[in-house]
Design a protein around this ligand. Structure first.
Ligand code: G3H
Ligand code: ZN
Length: 273
């Protein structure tokens, strides 16, 4: 069943678990993630990022993912990830997305507040949840995106000034890690949790060791964003099949194994939460 982020987070919190949120890029990984969530009987968030949006466009993604979420047996949220433009927020809301992230993490504090408030004004009247980011998680493969730990006082002010439903914080993770073992600041996360009452979000969770995922929840995180880990599994499984049998050309045939592998990885991560 389709739900927004606020509802999905409420269910996860009530069940004392983290809320798994996965970046998906098409039908195959979305179906695999939903199947994993159904098998584990957990709420889940399907997220589309700039790459997916550039590839398919928001209305097409919305048409497919909303239909899949409605058919899902578990609460399923359809979320626009890392939007930097209000035009994209507007289009996602108009297309039926149930949650959006406005990412002003690269802006000065006041400008981040202003763009986030504008996103809340667009989304809230339509029942669409809003996530924003304070501090900056950064990217392993993009030095231009600053990395800055979240300051608890700043996070408290930001949440109060913007009225967002969820807040992404920077406590040591980095986007697009292909290995695990980032240096997590659990104490900082606890201090943020003490002053920010809305659900906290951890981005770049592929780089977090499986044993540390649960610790993030215990220190106050709710939504756990994972992307690269599924992309790697999908790509590796596709590559193995082509290398084993270079004559293969039917992609739907090859996708079956990819979907099984993605489902398996998603189950592994959901179990950790
Ligand atoms: O917003 C998306 C996530 O933060 C995914 O990050 O690909 O490093 O797991 P990741
Ligand atoms: Zn992210």
């Amino acid at each position: 069943m389709l739900c927004n982020l606020k509802e999905a987070a409420r269910i996860a919190i009530a069940e004392n678990s983290g809320l798994p949120a996965f970046n998906v890029f098409g039908y195959e990984d979305a179906a695999a993630v939903i199947s994993a969530a159904e098998r584990m009987n957990r709420p889940v968030v399907l997220m589309t990022n700039k790459v997916a949006v550039a590839h398919m466009g928001i209305p097409v993604l919305a048409g497919m993912l909303l239909e899949m979420a409605r058919r899902s047996e578990v609460p399923t949220c359809v979320h626009l990830d890392h939007a930097t433009e209000l035009a994209d927020i507007r289009q996602a809301v108009d297309s039926g997305y149930t949650s959006v992230m406005i990412d002003g993490s690269q802006l000065p504090f006041d400008e981040n507040v202003a763009v986030t408030r504008a996103a809340v004004e667009i989304a809230r009247p339509r029942g669409v949840s809003v996530e924003a980011e304070i501090g900056s998680v950064g990217y392993s493969d993009n030095a231009d995106a600053k990395r800055r730990f979240t300051d608890p006082g700043e996070a408290e002010r930001f949440a109060a000034l913007t009225g967002v439903d969820a807040l992404a914080v920077a406590v040591g993770t980095v986007h697009r890690m292909e290995t695990q073992g980032v240096d997590l600041q659990f104490d900082l996360l606890r201090r943020i949790r003490q002053v920010v009452k809305i659900p906290l979000v951890i981005h770049g969770s592929t780089g977090v060791a499986d044993r540390d995922l649960r610790r993030l929840i215990e220190c106050g995180a709710v939504k756990i964003n994972m992307g690269t880990t599924l992309r790697m599994v999908f790509g590796q499984t596709l590559r193995e099949q082509i290398e084993e049998n270079p004559k293969l050309f039917d992609r739907v045939e090859m996708y079956q194994k990819c979907m099984k592998a993605v489902e398996g990885k998603a189950i592994e991560k959901i179990k950790c939460l």
